[in-house]
Design a protein around this ligand. Sequence first.
Ligand code: CMX
Length: 134
Amino acid sequence: MKPTHIEHIGIAVKNLEESIKYYEEVLGLSCYAVEEVKDQKVKTAFFQIGQTKIELLESTDPEGPVGKFIEKKGEGVHHLAFAVVDVNKALQEAETKGILLIDKTARKGAEGLNIGFLHPKSTGGVLTELCGKK
Ligand code: CMX
């Protein structure tokens, strides 16, 4: 599938507004978008660094993926997202290579991108997202 770059790094936080302060005031980045992704039960904030973004994730539901993660592990790096040309093709390719898929086909994520997740149990403990425009 050969990803072109790291599209974003997802970071689970307890409080979006509080966490944005660190990225803006200490690192000097600026938050260019805040968006709720209802389907994923999160509110997100984005920062751009070169080709890559930082995506802060605050849970909107304790039973959602980020709510459960925070409860179990606390704040921290939640997932790594690779940019691929065609998400559905990349998911199929991963499955044929024995990777357990969370999403069999692409769905819509933040910023209108197509996304699909690979299960951390088959990727060495790293929740992996594939994302792209196609
Ligand atoms: N990174 C690494 N491992 C993780 C993880 C993460 N983010 N989240 C859960 N796990 C691990 C758990 O620790 C657990 O390991 P053990 O069995 O060793 O304890 C295992 O995965 C299964 O976890 P679980 O609690 O039984 O299962 P969950 O119901 O929490 O589901 C997962 C885990 C990854 C399948 C689920 O979080 C998921 O479907 N994630 C994809 C969607 C998502 O994360 N959306 C939020 C971001 C959306 C966005 O970027 O816009």
